[in-house]
Write a protein that binds this ligand. Structure first.
Ligand code: ATP
Ligand code: MG
Ligand code: MG
Ligand code: MG
Length: 483
């Protein structure tokens, strides 16, 4: 059985043998693009070539790109841990052609790599092609279907809609149909019951998308119309963790050698076993996943902080702390102890991890420390409050109490709600919001007369950061002051 590191190498070697230049991963944290905080796909670093403002030579390239999908168009955070194939941070294997080969070449190479080189069973593979969209004057991608038909039986070629099978960079710019390769890893009994083709793109955890081949051939103009692109572009992205899982014959990304060493270390440190209880398992997956996201961000120079990218990283870390605290019994700093295990597995492919080892451990430990203090104070107070509610025979925690938790302990509303829910209680959210408004009014009044270090929140100073952040810190974010 190939190891994850061998699989990553084999991808690069294969595309190198097909004339591609092997490129390094771009940083996961983006510093100079106001439209994107984190790299969320392999193509990000080639945007300028695709838009025609940078020299496309060499025209064939391939790499393994560190990606993070926790904000904006791709936000998988809520899935992570609960399912077994979406991560916050993951690696995307990709190959590109900038005006060189097009659909036929991309399809032939993808197929050759998966089936001839890696020996995946073609019976388990399904491919999708764009079905067309008459109202937009877009035809079915018969061309791609024809090339696929060289390799796969027609009942493994599935039409897909615009949502899944038509890629656009934005409202304007390069776009085109895409073909995805899906893998059916169900048991033979399950396969006998329902054909795999019926489960493609249906969120079945055993019939998952592994590779997306994008065929950029149009340019969408400001008036919405499409013109032919001056240079056809192939842009592919394959989930590395999903590929490894397929090749190692596992049913979960977390059962591969990418995650198992971390999960085992979590088990050893917590004294809990993986695979015995769903809540524990979810927590272990969250911790293992988030550890990677946070460690790679710090290695890229993005520390947890109060704004923008730093705040996103802080939230990921705190989500991990909360799961470890609540479901793995970790009341003391814990995540930072997992860093050496992560580096042992990934440090060779990503030397920045090894180089920043001390910093990564120190920063994670400090963050954990400060958040744990908040967490335990808040939880003690909340336990008392919930006892009172129950004693009074009620089922709802009043919003003023939830607000005091927030205001005094920095205890986010969604966390209060989560814990209440686990205890069969609800929270009066409307009252919480009213208290929040009152608090803001008090702040204004105080600032008007006192002129102390209290800073007034004037209109325009507050930035609406949106509901992207649906986790328990959304309230802090919604009211965050711009500094
Ligand atoms: P899905 O439908 O599973 O959410 P996607 O269509 O959003 O995937 P693409 O944008 O096409 O994904 O990205 C290319 C590949 O990257 C996917 O085929 C998949 O293998 C992988 N991938 C996407 N999102 C994740 C994630 N959150 N974690 C791990 N791998 C992912
Ligand atoms: Mg997705
Ligand atoms: Mg998809
Ligand atoms: Mg896709």
């Amino acid at each position: 059985m190939m190891t994850a590191n061998e699989i990553r190498e084999s991808f690069k070697k294969f595309f190198e043998s097909k004339g591609h230049k092997i490129e390094p991963s771009a940083p996961m944290v983006i510093k100079d693009d106001p439209t994107l905080m984190f790299t969320n796909a392999g193509m990000n670093q080639w945007k300028d070539i695709i838009l025609g403002t940078r020299d496309p030579e060499p025209r064939r390239r391939a790499d393994s790109q560190k990606c993070l999908r926790v904000s904006g168009k791709h936000n998988d955070l809520e899935e992570v841990g609960h399912d077994t194939y979406h991560h916050t941070m993951f690696e995307m294997l990709g190959n590109w052609s900038f005006g060189d080969y097009f659909k036929e070449g991309a399809i032939d190479m993808a197929w050759e790599y998966l089936v001839d080189v890696l020996h995946l069973d073609p019976k388990d593979l399904y491919v999708t092609v764009f079905e067309g969209s008459p109202e937009e004057n877009l035809e079915r991608d018969d061309e791609a279907a024809r090339y696929w038909a060289k390799h796969v039986p027609t009942d493994h070629i599935i039409n897909g809609n615009k949502h899944d099978n038509f890629w656009e960079m934005g409202d304007t710019g390069p776009c085109g149909p895409c073909s995805e390769i899906h893998l059916d890893s169900r048991t033979p009994e399950e396969k006998a019951k329902v054909p795999g083709r019926e489960l493609v793109n249906k969120d079945d955890p055993q019939v998952i998308e592994i590779w997306n081949l994008v065929f950029m051939q149009f340019n969408r103009k400001a008036d919405g119309s499409l013109e032919k692109l001056s240079m056809n572009v192939i842009d592919t992205g394959m989930g590395f963790e999903r590929l490894v899982r397929a090749l190692q014959g596992k049913h979960s990304n977390y059962d591969t050698d990418i995650f198992q060493p971390i999960i085992k270390e979590i088990s050893r440190l917590s004294g809990l076993e993986y695979g015995k209880d769903e809540k524990t398992d979810v927590a272990m997956r969250v911790v293992a996943d988030h550890l990677r996201a946070v460690a790679f961000s710090i290695a890229d120079g993005q520390l947890p902080g109060n704004a923008k990218a730093g705040y996103v990283i802080r939230r990921i870390l705190r989500r991990a702390v909360r799961y470890a605290y609540t479901f793995l019994g970790q009341k003391e700093t814990f995540l930072f102890r997992l860093v050496p295990t992560l580096i042992a597995e990934m440090g060779e492919a990503y030397p920045e991890l090894t180089a920043q080892r001390e910093l990564i451990m120190r920063v994670i430990k400090e963050e954990e420390d400060s958040f744990l203090r908040t967490l335990s104070n808040g939880i003690n107070m909340l336990n008392d409050a919930m006892d009172e509610v129950k004693k009074e025979g009620k089922t709802e925690l009043d919003g003023a109490k939830a607000f005091r938790l927030f205001d005094t302990y920095g205890f986010p509303l969604d966390l209060t709600e989560l814990i209440c829910r686990e205890n069969g209680l609800t929270v009066d959210e409307k009252q919480f919001d009213e208290e929040m408004q009152k608090q803001k009014q008090r702040a204004r009044n105080a600032a008007a007369v006192e002129n102390s270090d209290w800073t007034e929140l004037r209109q325009g100073e507050q930035q609406f950061v949106g509901y992207d952040y649906t986790e328990y810190e959304c309230h802090i974010l919604r009211y965050r002051k711009v500094t």
